[in-house]
Design a protein. Sequence first.
Length: 753
Amino acid sequence: MRPTTSPRRTMQVLFLKMGGLLCLSILGYGIYLYVVVISELEQRPWHFPAQVYSQSLALYPQAPVSLAKVKRQLDRLGYKKVRHPTQSGQYSSSATKVSVWRRAFVGARGHIDPEHVMIEFSDHQVKRLYRVRDGREYALFQIEPELLDRLLSSDTEDRILVRYQEIPFMLVQALLLTEDRSFFDHIGVDFFAVFRALWINLKAGKTVQGGSTLTQQFVKNYYLSRDRSWWRKLQELCLSLVLEVRLTKPEIFEAYANEVFMGQSRGRAVFGFGLAAPYYFGRPLHALSLAEQATLIAVIKGPSYYQPWRYPQRVRQRRNHILSLLLEAKVISSQQWQQATQSQLGLRSEKSAWRQPLPAFYTQVAREIKQRYGRQVMQQSGLKLFTTLDPLVQEAAHKAVRQHFVKLKQKHNTAELQLGMVIANKKTGGVSAIIGDKNTHYPGFNRAVDIRRPIGSLVKPFVYLTALTQPHKYHLMTPLLDQPLTLANTDDRLWTPHNEDNQYLGAVPLWQALVHSRNVPTVNLGLQVGLGSVRATLEQAGWSEPISEYPSMLLGSVSGSPWMVAQIYHTIANNGYYQPLHTIEAVLDVNNQPIPVSNWQTGQAWLASSNYLMQYTLVEVTQQGTARALHRQFPRVTVAGKTGTTNQGRDAWFAGFDNAHIAAVWMGKDNNHPTSLYGSTGAMGVYQAFLQHYSPASLLLQPAANNNQGYFDPISGRAVDKDCLGAVSMPAMDESWHAGQGCGQLRNRPWWR
């Protein structure tokens, strides 16, 4: 007979089993939550958008950069002008010097340390750079690039990751005093704070105080839904306890600092202090003042309610309350408190471009990324795209287009008139600005890159260059026939080129034929050197599309875009050295390591000595030829350029360069109808307006080793001695002129003259 079990014993066993089951359930749920925490942290990392940067401002002795341009760029970057810089992000200036304490930054070539440097200027260029602390001179000094945009994927969340050690000390203290004073002491949940908040809220009859820790707030934002149920609150408590086991306190604080919601910008959610700093103040987090850091903490309580641009007084009161908490905790002095509470909010203008609207430039960047880096690269998180865009050049180009179209409206119907413009760095080939529409922010058809229109007289310099690369046969004084000419095309149709003035001079020196853009001498020269040779010269300069070898190509029947024109003229501006135009300087991954890129071919396209003669002639074009309006407007500046116009003014072109930039401009109508504009009145006007807004750097002509100053008979073009009467002095190559050649039909100059 089995002994009977008392009811009391039965209940004890039942409770033990239930307790064990409960413990196992809690343990299992704890393990589950731990796995959830780990998997979410490891498998759902934040996806960071690609950051698009401008070029760094490179300064070196004789750099064609004025003091005003340096100050303008520092202002754009959010540097503060002070009497004496004492920390990074500050600068001071005088009439000839700028003292700047550069911030640390990651550039195309990696991390750059902060440095305090003095920059001296003379004649609108950099004269000298030296480190303030020891006088060490710099051959090259760079100021950080400007953040242009952040390219999101399908996700609409945006943030800039900051590490705990990168968060300013005052911001940490302000956040702890405001949100979680016992953060470094509790275990993820502050039960005392919970009961205290509950008691205060019960007495007030409404919710006036919260008891959530920073850990709980992060868990709520990162792991859980917005549901307000008791079950979700229990999950929040449990996950907070688990998170405290998995992460250190600094790691939790860092996670919160990157996850906290800080506002909304045109459908894009702004998360974290790292992005909120440039969003609200236009500067990186480490460059914010005490008052600005307190403003960020003020926004946390409710980014809509405490929207700084909409409710500045409300935000200022909240900010000052936070500053008072810092004073009460003796984190700041009364002097710091007084200075901070009396300061303005210091917000960037809400209308200022936090994200630069550069549709034409971004279109080309996207194409270049695919061509040089592959289609898959943009799927990576946290890319840094360092472009060649110069914000000041782009800004000047925008202003120039608007200004010139306003001027044209006074005499022309501009409703259908359109424009494309490319500006590139003369030295590097990096594209500084692109405009694809007269509405400079319009994100549609990119005329700077995608149009194909006859380039007219812009092709002529390459006809003449083809000849000048044969110095034993051609030089600047070589006479060219200027007489009526009729040719048969390949289809047996007759073609008769005419000069613009419908006059014929019989013969004209080579340089004058180009300076005054005479058609017939150009055709005669092109036929002498050969259409195939002219085509080869264009291809060596960087022309990338097929060219049909018809005589009409010599007068610009070749169709291209402003990009293609800028490419071939850049080779002339770059002393005959070919470099592909490009918009990408480098791409770094999330760890700031460079991503491999396919290299391009560069090289000397033709003799530098021949190129010097072409540069000289293109300067003459702007001083006495078809582009002489440039010299009238800028008489003290040396600029080279060439105008171009197609039949009935359907296309107006200009290409030109100073010592800093090469520009190519097209104006016309999308329907190819006549415009009544010429290259000199249409496209060149945009370039003139650009130089008004971006002060030109006078072109420095640099003769090659085998260039000299030759002397020639003005009629026959024969090389003569410099002492011959009537001899014309002209730049030449050693193969074209050397002393001791006699005077030919000219007389010797008397010894007394």
